[in-house]
Design a protein around this ligand. Structure first.
Ligand code: 4GY
Length: 253
Protein backbone atom coordinates (compact mmCIF):
# COMPACT_ATOMS: atom_id res chain seq x y z
CA UNK A 1 0.00 0.00 0.00
CA UNK A 2 1.36 3.40 -0.96
CA UNK A 3 0.55 6.29 1.31
CA UNK A 4 -0.61 9.56 -0.23
CA UNK A 5 0.86 12.63 1.42
CA UNK A 6 -1.00 13.84 4.52
CA UNK A 7 -3.28 10.84 4.59
CA UNK A 8 -4.11 9.64 8.06
CA UNK A 9 -4.22 5.86 8.17
CA UNK A 10 -5.48 5.36 11.71
CA UNK A 11 -7.19 7.57 14.29
CA UNK A 12 -7.23 7.08 18.04
CA UNK A 13 -9.23 8.85 20.71
CA UNK A 14 -8.13 8.10 24.26
CA UNK A 15 -10.44 8.63 27.21
CA UNK A 16 -8.04 9.28 30.09
CA UNK A 17 -7.70 11.38 33.22
CA UNK A 18 -3.93 11.45 32.57
CA UNK A 19 -3.55 12.65 28.96
CA UNK A 20 0.07 13.74 29.54
CA UNK A 21 1.10 10.09 29.88
CA UNK A 22 0.56 9.77 26.12
CA UNK A 23 3.47 12.12 25.44
CA UNK A 24 5.63 9.03 25.68
CA UNK A 25 4.13 7.69 22.43
CA UNK A 26 3.65 11.05 20.71
CA UNK A 27 7.12 12.48 21.51
CA UNK A 28 9.46 9.55 20.97
CA UNK A 29 10.74 7.20 18.31
CA UNK A 30 8.84 5.99 15.29
CA UNK A 31 5.43 6.52 16.92
CA UNK A 32 6.33 10.19 17.52
CA UNK A 33 7.38 10.56 13.87
CA UNK A 34 4.20 8.91 12.60
CA UNK A 35 2.07 11.32 14.63
CA UNK A 36 4.15 14.28 13.42
CA UNK A 37 3.68 13.11 9.83
CA UNK A 38 -0.05 12.66 10.55
CA UNK A 39 -0.01 9.01 9.55
CA UNK A 40 -1.38 8.38 13.04
CA UNK A 41 -3.92 10.73 14.57
CA UNK A 42 -3.83 10.58 18.39
CA UNK A 43 -6.16 12.62 20.60
CA UNK A 44 -7.06 12.55 24.28
CA UNK A 45 -10.29 13.49 26.03
CA UNK A 46 -10.26 13.99 29.79
CA UNK A 47 -13.43 12.94 31.65
CA UNK A 48 -12.61 15.65 34.20
CA UNK A 49 -13.43 18.25 31.53
CA UNK A 50 -16.92 16.71 31.36
CA UNK A 51 -17.51 16.69 35.13
CA UNK A 52 -20.43 18.91 36.01
CA UNK A 53 -20.08 19.01 39.79
CA UNK A 54 -18.47 21.92 41.60
CA UNK A 55 -15.25 20.06 42.47
CA UNK A 56 -14.91 18.36 39.08
CA UNK A 57 -14.70 15.04 40.90
CA UNK A 58 -14.56 11.96 38.70
CA UNK A 59 -14.71 9.14 41.24
CA UNK A 60 -17.45 7.70 43.42
CA UNK A 61 -18.08 4.96 45.96
CA UNK A 62 -19.16 1.48 44.82
CA UNK A 63 -22.72 0.31 45.55
CA UNK A 64 -22.67 -2.66 47.88
CA UNK A 65 -19.65 -1.28 49.69
CA UNK A 66 -16.08 -2.45 49.62
CA UNK A 67 -12.72 -0.72 49.34
CA UNK A 68 -11.71 1.83 46.76
CA UNK A 69 -13.53 4.04 44.33
CA UNK A 70 -14.95 3.72 40.81
CA UNK A 71 -14.91 6.22 37.97
CA UNK A 72 -18.13 8.29 37.98
CA UNK A 73 -20.59 7.40 35.23
CA UNK A 74 -21.54 10.84 33.91
CA UNK A 75 -18.12 12.36 33.00
CA UNK A 76 -17.02 9.05 31.48
CA UNK A 77 -20.28 8.60 29.55
CA UNK A 78 -20.19 12.17 28.18
CA UNK A 79 -16.53 11.96 27.13
CA UNK A 80 -17.06 8.63 25.31
CA UNK A 81 -20.20 9.98 23.59
CA UNK A 82 -18.24 13.06 22.52
CA UNK A 83 -15.37 10.91 21.17
CA UNK A 84 -17.92 8.81 19.24
CA UNK A 85 -19.40 11.97 17.69
CA UNK A 86 -15.92 13.09 16.58
CA UNK A 87 -14.88 9.68 15.30
CA UNK A 88 -17.92 8.23 13.52
CA UNK A 89 -18.20 4.42 13.50
CA UNK A 90 -15.18 3.99 15.76
CA UNK A 91 -14.66 0.77 17.72
CA UNK A 92 -14.78 1.43 21.46
CA UNK A 93 -12.26 -0.63 23.42
CA UNK A 94 -12.05 -1.00 27.19
CA UNK A 95 -8.77 -2.26 28.59
CA UNK A 96 -8.89 -4.46 31.66
CA UNK A 97 -7.63 -7.77 33.00
CA UNK A 98 -11.16 -9.13 32.34
CA UNK A 99 -10.71 -8.64 28.58
CA UNK A 100 -9.67 -11.21 26.00
CA UNK A 101 -5.90 -11.65 26.00
CA UNK A 102 -4.23 -9.84 23.14
CA UNK A 103 -1.73 -11.41 20.78
CA UNK A 104 -0.16 -10.46 17.45
CA UNK A 105 -3.08 -11.88 15.45
CA UNK A 106 -5.57 -9.65 17.29
CA UNK A 107 -3.29 -6.66 16.71
CA UNK A 108 -3.46 -7.36 12.95
CA UNK A 109 -7.26 -7.32 13.16
CA UNK A 110 -7.31 -4.09 15.19
CA UNK A 111 -5.23 -2.28 12.55
CA UNK A 112 -8.02 -2.81 10.04
CA UNK A 113 -10.47 -0.88 12.24
CA UNK A 114 -8.89 2.50 11.33
CA UNK A 115 -10.82 4.32 14.12
CA UNK A 116 -10.44 3.28 17.74
CA UNK A 117 -11.57 4.84 21.02
CA UNK A 118 -9.70 3.52 24.06
CA UNK A 119 -11.24 3.86 27.52
CA UNK A 120 -8.56 3.96 30.21
CA UNK A 121 -9.97 2.94 33.59
CA UNK A 122 -8.54 4.12 36.92
CA UNK A 123 -9.23 3.36 40.59
CA UNK A 124 -11.09 0.04 40.94
CA UNK A 125 -12.64 0.29 37.49
CA UNK A 126 -15.71 1.64 35.69
CA UNK A 127 -19.47 1.20 36.11
CA UNK A 128 -20.72 -1.96 34.36
CA UNK A 129 -23.42 0.06 32.56
CA UNK A 130 -20.71 1.91 30.59
CA UNK A 131 -19.32 -1.47 29.46
CA UNK A 132 -22.81 -2.78 28.59
CA UNK A 133 -23.93 0.28 26.64
CA UNK A 134 -20.83 1.80 25.03
CA UNK A 135 -18.00 -0.74 24.85
CA UNK A 136 -17.60 -2.86 21.69
CA UNK A 137 -14.57 -4.92 22.73
CA UNK A 138 -12.77 -5.61 26.01
CA UNK A 139 -9.08 -6.52 25.74
CA UNK A 140 -6.33 -7.41 28.20
CA UNK A 141 -2.60 -7.07 27.52
CA UNK A 142 -1.77 -9.83 30.02
CA UNK A 143 -2.60 -11.51 33.31
CA UNK A 144 -1.38 -8.81 35.68
CA UNK A 145 -3.01 -5.70 37.12
CA UNK A 146 -1.90 -2.18 36.29
CA UNK A 147 -2.91 1.01 38.12
CA UNK A 148 -4.77 2.24 35.05
CA UNK A 149 -5.54 1.43 31.43
CA UNK A 150 -3.16 4.07 30.01
CA UNK A 151 -0.07 1.87 29.76
CA UNK A 152 -2.15 -0.90 28.20
CA UNK A 153 -3.52 1.55 25.58
CA UNK A 154 0.03 2.68 24.80
CA UNK A 155 1.21 -0.89 24.44
CA UNK A 156 -1.54 -1.52 21.88
CA UNK A 157 -1.04 1.77 20.02
CA UNK A 158 2.70 1.09 19.85
CA UNK A 159 2.29 -2.41 18.48
CA UNK A 160 -0.37 -1.27 15.98
CA UNK A 161 1.85 1.61 14.86
CA UNK A 162 4.71 -0.56 13.70
CA UNK A 163 2.47 -2.23 11.12
CA UNK A 164 1.28 0.97 9.50
CA UNK A 165 3.01 1.53 6.16
CA UNK A 166 5.56 4.32 6.50
CA UNK A 167 5.86 4.06 10.28
CA UNK A 168 8.59 1.51 10.62
CA UNK A 169 9.96 -0.63 7.86
CA UNK A 170 9.18 -2.63 4.78
CA UNK A 171 6.59 -5.38 4.49
CA UNK A 172 9.44 -7.84 3.92
CA UNK A 173 11.07 -7.19 7.28
CA UNK A 174 7.71 -7.43 9.07
CA UNK A 175 7.18 -10.86 7.53
CA UNK A 176 10.54 -11.99 8.84
CA UNK A 177 9.74 -10.89 12.35
CA UNK A 178 8.95 -12.84 15.45
CA UNK A 179 5.30 -13.96 15.61
CA UNK A 180 4.49 -13.23 11.99
CA UNK A 181 4.52 -16.97 11.43
CA UNK A 182 3.83 -17.99 15.01
CA UNK A 183 7.57 -18.45 15.47
CA UNK A 184 10.07 -16.76 17.77
CA UNK A 185 12.77 -14.65 16.17
CA UNK A 186 16.19 -16.08 15.32
CA UNK A 187 19.41 -14.65 16.87
CA UNK A 188 20.95 -11.56 15.24
CA UNK A 189 24.56 -10.38 14.93
CA UNK A 190 26.25 -7.17 13.80
CA UNK A 191 29.85 -5.95 13.36
CA UNK A 192 32.54 -6.74 14.35
CA UNK A 193 33.07 -10.41 13.48
CA UNK A 194 34.92 -10.94 16.75
CA UNK A 195 34.56 -8.99 19.99
CA UNK A 196 35.52 -9.83 23.63
CA UNK A 197 36.45 -13.28 22.32
CA UNK A 198 32.95 -13.87 20.94
CA UNK A 199 32.37 -14.68 17.29
CA UNK A 200 29.58 -14.59 14.69
CA UNK A 201 28.28 -17.94 13.30
CA UNK A 202 30.19 -18.71 10.06
CA UNK A 203 27.07 -19.25 7.98
CA UNK A 204 26.05 -15.58 8.36
CA UNK A 205 29.37 -14.52 6.79
CA UNK A 206 29.12 -17.04 3.94
CA UNK A 207 27.07 -14.90 1.56
CA UNK A 208 25.00 -17.95 0.67
CA UNK A 209 21.47 -16.56 0.99
CA UNK A 210 19.63 -19.86 0.91
CA UNK A 211 21.93 -21.37 3.54
CA UNK A 212 21.43 -18.27 5.70
CA UNK A 213 17.64 -18.44 5.31
CA UNK A 214 17.62 -22.11 6.32
CA UNK A 215 19.90 -21.47 9.32
CA UNK A 216 17.58 -18.69 10.52
CA UNK A 217 14.49 -20.85 10.06
CA UNK A 218 16.18 -23.70 11.92
CA UNK A 219 17.14 -21.39 14.82
CA UNK A 220 13.59 -19.95 14.95
CA UNK A 221 12.05 -23.41 15.08
CA UNK A 222 14.60 -24.58 17.67
CA UNK A 223 13.96 -21.55 19.95
CA UNK A 224 10.19 -21.91 19.59
CA UNK A 225 10.27 -25.64 20.34
CA UNK A 226 12.42 -24.98 23.41
CA UNK A 227 10.73 -21.87 24.84
CA UNK A 228 7.19 -21.71 23.39
CA UNK A 229 6.01 -25.13 22.18
CA UNK A 230 2.41 -23.81 22.49
CA UNK A 231 3.08 -21.58 19.46
CA UNK A 232 3.99 -24.58 17.31
CA UNK A 233 0.68 -26.28 18.14
CA UNK A 234 -1.22 -23.36 16.56
CA UNK A 235 1.03 -23.14 13.54
CA UNK A 236 0.37 -24.50 10.08
CA UNK A 237 3.76 -25.98 9.21
CA UNK A 238 5.33 -25.63 5.78
CA UNK A 239 6.96 -28.74 4.31
CA UNK A 240 10.43 -27.35 4.95
CA UNK A 241 9.55 -26.64 8.59
CA UNK A 242 8.19 -30.16 9.12
CA UNK A 243 11.45 -31.63 7.84
CA UNK A 244 13.53 -29.49 10.21
CA UNK A 245 11.30 -30.32 13.21
CA UNK A 246 11.45 -34.05 12.45
CA UNK A 247 15.21 -33.74 12.31
CA UNK A 248 15.21 -32.23 15.85
CA UNK A 249 13.03 -35.06 17.15
CA UNK A 250 15.25 -37.71 15.58
CA UNK A 251 18.34 -36.18 17.18
CA UNK A 252 16.70 -36.18 20.63
CA UNK A 253 16.14 -39.96 20.56
N1 4GY B 1 -3.89 -6.14 32.33
N2 4GY B 1 -4.74 -5.30 30.32
C1 4GY B 1 -5.06 -4.00 32.03
C2 4GY B 1 -5.07 -3.47 33.38
C3 4GY B 1 -5.78 -1.62 34.82
C4 4GY B 1 -8.35 -0.59 37.33
C5 4GY B 1 -9.51 -1.10 35.23
C6 4GY B 1 -4.52 -5.21 31.62
O1 4GY B 1 -5.38 -4.20 29.92
N3 4GY B 1 -5.57 -3.42 30.95
O2 4GY B 1 -4.49 -4.03 34.29
N4 4GY B 1 -5.74 -2.31 33.56
C7 4GY B 1 -7.12 -1.62 35.48
C8 4GY B 1 -7.03 -0.71 36.65
C9 4GY B 1 -9.41 -0.18 36.37
C10 4GY B 1 -8.21 -1.23 34.52
Amino acid sequence: MKKKDNQTLISFYIITIFPDMFHSVSNYGVTGKAIQKKIIDLNCLNPRDFAKNKYKSIDDRPYGGGPGMLMSVEPLYLSIKYAKSLLKNATVIYLSPQGKKLNQNNIFKLIKKKKIIFICGRYEGIDQRIIDSLVDEEWSIGDYILTGGELAAMVIIDSIARFIPGVIHTKKSIEKESFYNNLLDCPHYTRPKKIYDMIVPDVLLSGNHNKIRLWRLKKSLEETLKKRPDLLEKKILKKEEKIILNEFKKNKK
